[in-house]
Ligand binder design. Structure first.
Ligand code: NAP
Length: 259
């Protein structure tokens, strides 16, 4: 299927690895020029270079911490007037309710709620003026089914979800769509780190922890960054203009909701 977005320009934050990289690669495969970002310059340069070689699109890399105002400002300057915005940042650490104090919540809200909101606020006016734009926020299945050990993430994602529910409907009439993609367990560094956490907590090996987690998914496996990226690229396509303000689970059936 031709996604109809060749020649457009996308900003994909936190995209040197994992789900963000999956999205960047799928957009590049559709002919979209990219601005990519991550903190670590080396992995970012390697990811950008492999995308240039494989897909022949223009890629600008901006090493920066997207959760800081200074980092966002440099990334947004490089992005100029993007047609497509994919927001992503690292997820907060796991723990229990008694571990978290105000500073932990502020850090989580900054990373996973206020950062995507600031990026949207910067990019939406240009998209609305042009009458076309696509925003996809990478959130989490925890939006539909909160995960007890990820209370910081649950809290921040709930705030972002509420913001998007209103904002998506305020901008839809200008040809701009905003949707959230909710990953279940995907095969990335983040998933491996969570496997390690489970193995330590339960006194089992990491492979056993992974097998246990795979068994909790009806599809019987972890998702891949490539299939996550393909869903993101479709939401950014010309065909997805009537999909507005949705929270779309990609979780192999793990969350059982009838509606
Ligand atoms: P990942 O494999 O650890 O990759 C994270 C990417 O984000 C890396 O490129 C990392 O590069 C970059 N990054 C992290 N913090 C950043 C920051 N402050 N500024 C700029 N870039 C930053 O993670 P992932 O699994 O793709 O997860 C992506 C998001 O989806 C996270 O919010 C995670 O909580 C959520 N999620 C993931 C899963 C899953 O199973 N994988 C499930 C549910 C939700 P640097 O470290 O070099 O900055």
């Amino acid at each position: 299927m031709d996604l109809g977005i060749g020649g457009k320009r996308a900003l994909v934050t936190a995209s040197s690895k994992g789900l963000g990289l999956g999205c960047a690669r799928a957009l590049a495969a559709a002919g979209v020029d990219l601005v990519m970002n991550a903190r670590g310059a080396e992995a970012l340069a390697a990811a950008a270079s492999s995308i240039r070689d494989e897909f022949g699109v223009a890629v600008t890399e901006v090493p920066a911490d997207i959760t800081t105002e200074e980092g966002r400002s440099r990334v947004l300057d490089a992005a100029g007037e993007p047609d497509i915005l994919v927001t992503n940042a690292g997820g907060p650490p796991p723990g229990t309710w008694a571990d978290w104090d105000r500073d932990d919540f502020i850090a989580a809200l900054d990373a996973n709620m206020l950062t995507p909101i600031a990026l949207m606020k910067a990019c939406l006016p240009m998209m609305m003026e042009r009458g076309w734009g696509r925003v996809v926020n990478i959130t989490s299945q925890s939006v539909k089914s909160p995960i007890p050990a990820l209370g910081l993430s649950n809290s921040a994602r709930a705030g972002l979800t509420g913001y998007v529910a209103g904002t998506a409907r305020q901008v839809a009439g200008s040809g701009v769509t905003i949707n959230n993609l909710l990953p279940g367990i995907h095969d990335t560094d983040r998933a491996s780190a969570l496997d390690t956490g489970v193995s330590k907590q339960k006194g089992i090996t990491r492979d056993e922890a992974r097998s246990e987690r795979e068994a909790s998914i009806p599809a019987g496996r972890y998702g891949t960054p490539a299939e996550f990226g393909a869903a993101c690229a479709f939401l950014c396509s010309q065909h997805a203009g009537f999909i507005v303000g949705q929270n779309i689970l990609l979780d192999g059936g793990a969350v059982n909701l009838s509606m």
